[in-house]
Ligand binder design. Structure first.
Ligand code: NI
Length: 423
């Protein structure tokens, strides 16, 4: 089935200006983009933009813990280590596979309604997360969070993560799987080496929390550069380092390494501000993510884009740095690329039709044009403008409805799960 977006603006992180076009989607991909002055191609379904709709790439939330939507609001306004140890970890012990399934789905409802087409998730019971993702027709990069504990725990978690990869990596073109050592403070160095070796052997990427807080840097027992070298993280097929607030941008990272900036979560936990400007100046791969809903508390990539663009201007007292295009590219293409999704994150012929339909027929878009659309989206826009979210050419969210999900059941089951883990 072909869908025509008739007379819409298109904008992505690689275009200095928007264009007004007809965009045809067929067989899950963007088949044709032609100027809006030309005769539109035929299609089964037509979305008529009349110059008041924009099509942008679907967001890739490059670091989250979706099921933590069930833990939203716990331990508000505490520092990371205290928050984890006293409020989060004890409650996580009560999570069952079912609770994680419904919690993940409830997070997916939020993400889809705000234009996210793919999320990078680190948690446990990931088979249930994969089931939720495949059922919805969403995309996700999944890893099992691996932490030390009783003897044999890390080995079992790693095996579980490898089984996840065997069963789900590449499934239906919707899922990629990474190995997920949690952080330097939860995985000893000898195990980091074991995990990165295993990533190499199996051709898998690694998703890792690195230097979210200043204290972690002091506790590494070596420099960050030595840690990255010794752990093998620079020699995997690819590595994604979430947060990297205290990673010194003097280090040169290989192209296989991407960073994920989580500005809202880092601000809320008082962790600090990643030196994003320096990394972008060096041409490093930097994606954007929300982190879990219990430290953000939103799963909204519009919020991350706006915060990232504003925060660094303020910190550096420079209105020119971290442009609207920079954050749009980070929120879409860079996230897809970091987690092994190709031909995703730009509006190009032949690329996957993972798209967000944005309603520009609203008061805060008065004055929008080809030159300023990216700025309007990032500085004036919000997730409330999302009229539809399409993945592989299929609507997964459209005008408040979820064609592939039972939103009412999900909210009700997630609410029950929340009650059960708090009481
Ligand atoms: Ni995290």
């Amino acid at each position: 089935m072909a869908t025509l977006f008739k007379d819409v603006y298109i904008q992505d992180g690689s275009r200095a200006k928007a264009e007004r076009v007809h965009l045809l989607v067929s067989k899950g991909r963007i088949e044709q983009i032609i100027d809006a002055s030309q005769t539109p191609p035929a299609a089964d379904k037509i979305v008529s933009g009349r110059g008041h709709m924009a099509v942008i790439p679907g967001f890739v939330n490059a670091h989250t813990h979706a099921a933590m939507a069930l833990l939203r609001g716990l331990g508000e306004e505490t520092a990371l280590m205290e928050w984890l140890q006293t409020r989060i970890w004890p409650v996580e012990d009560k999570l069952t596979p079912d609770y994680i399934y419904w919690g993940t789905l409830s997070a997916m409802l939020e993400m889809l309604a705000s234009g996210t087409t793919c999320f990078a998730d680190m948690y446990f019971e990931m088979e249930r997360v994969a089931e939720a993702v495949l059922g919805a027709g969403m995309k996700a990069a999944l890893c099992r969070g691996i932490t030390a504990g009783e003897p044999g725990k890390i080995e079992r978690s790693l095996q579980n993560n490898l089984d996840l990869a065997k069963n789900y990596h590449g499934r239906e073109g919707l899922i990629t799987v990474q190995l997920g050592p949690h952080a330097p403070y939860t995985v000893p160095m000898n195990y980091m080496k074991l995990i990165t070796d295993s990533a190499k052997t199996h051709g898998l990427g690694v998703h890792f929390h690195f230097l979210e807080t200043q204290g972690e840097l002091g506790n590494l027992g070596m420099s960050a550069e030595d840690y990255l070298n010794e752990s093998g993280l620079l020699n995997t097929p690819y590595t994604v380092l979430a947060h990297a607030v205290y990673l010194d941008p003097a280090i040169t990272l290989p192209d296989s390494v991407s960073l994920v900036h989580n500005p809202c979560s880092n601000l809320k936990l008082g962790s600090g501000v990643m030196p994003l400007t320096e990394w972008l100046d060096k041409g490093a791969n930097v994606a954007l993510g929300t982190d879990g809903a219990s430290s953000n508390n939103r799963l909204d990539m519009w919020e991350e884009m706006r915060t990232a663009a504003l925060l660094h201007k303020g910190v550096k007292r420079d209105p020119v740095i971290v442009s609207a295009l920079d954050v749009l590219r980070m929120a879409t293409y860079e996230g897809a690329r970091a987690f092994g999704f190709s031909q995703k994150g730009m509006i190009r012929e032949g690329w996957f039709a993972d798209l967000v339909l944005v309603n520009l027929d609203r008061p805060h878009y008065i004055g929008v044009n080809e030159e300023n659309l990216a700025m309007y989206l990032v500085y004036a826009g919000s997730s409330a403008d999302v009229a539809g979210t399409m993945i592989n050419g299929r609507w997964i969210y459209r005008n408040g409805e979820y064609p592939t999900l039972d939103a009412e059941e999900i909210v009700s089951k997630a609410r029950e799960a929340r009650k059960a883990i708090i009481n």
